[in-house]
Design a protein around this ligand. Structure first.
Ligand code: ATP
Length: 219
């Protein structure tokens, strides 16, 4: 995979984790913060680190914000700074800006001003954990953004029979894309395929549809 040019703004716990992990994975990472100590903390763990105020348009222009494939705005508490940094990055031409929001209100504002992706790490992890606890047979979830996800579900007694009889598409509006049987993956299985205990089915669907299926499986 081609190395990405990444700019991480705000080096709290979240931003530091994003920056150092991307660097470890072989990507080019520029990390900035207004706080000198935080910048020093990542100095040897990223490509380049600098003390910079991301609310200053000129500062972002000078580091060439539009040249980065991805800009991550990881400023949490100072919502105004997160908004300004996101707005500046977008208006200067950054192609893809991911911003962290501390609450729902901030998320809505950030989406409105053009953030390409807004995440709420504590909230999103909380939802994920709750789903895992509520339906332990969900093996894995891949969020696709814009409300779609791919999930892997371990078959339980509620999923007996052939795919045709189960009719998950008609009943839940989710599509079976693969069956994982002891590590052997069958992609786009036939309608006659019978599910067996311990099979894992991989499904794609809208988040609400997948939630409805989760509830059904957990009953
Ligand atoms: P975390 O949960 O990731 O530890 P947080 O949500 O508490 O962080 P803050 O501590 O508010 O977030 O902000 C993260 C970092 O962003 C801090 O290190 C802070 O110095 C930095 N920061 C705040 N304002 C700016 C700015 N204008 N430009 C650059 N960095 C900034």
């Amino acid at each position: 995979m081609k190395a990405k040019q990444c700019l991480v703004i705000g080096l709290g716990r979240f931003g530091t984790a994003v920056a150092t992990t991307l660097y470890e994975m072989g990507h080019e990472v520029v990390a900035i913060d207004i706080n000198e100590e935080n910048v020093e903390g990542v100095m040897n763990l990223v490509t380049h680190a600098a003390i910079l105020d991301a609310t200053e348009e000129r500062a972002l222009r000078n580091i060439g914000v539009s040249d980065f494939d991805v800009v991550v705005v990881a400023i949490g508490t100072d919502v105004q700074a997160a908004i300004l940094a996101t707005m500046n990055a977008k208006s200067l031409g950054a192609p893809y800006v991911v911003t962290k929001a501390i609450d729902e209100m901030a998320r809505r504002v950030l989406e409105r001003i053009g953030a390409d992706l807004v995440i709420r790490p504590e909230h999103d992890m909380g939802v994920r954990l709750a789903r895992q606890i509520a339906t332990p047979n969900i093996v894995d979830t891949l969020d696709l953004g814009s409300d779609y996800a791919i999930v892997e579900i371990e078959v339980n007694e509620r999923l007996r029979g052939s795919l045709r009889d189960l009719n998950l598409n008609g009943r839940f509006s989710v599509q079976v894309i693969a069956i994982n049987r002891s590590g052997r993956v069958e992609v786009t299985p036939r309608a006659e395929e019978e599910l067996r205990p311990h099979d894992k089915v991989v499904l794609i669907g809208n988040a609400h549809a997948l939630d409805a299926l989760r509830r059904y499986l957990g009953e």
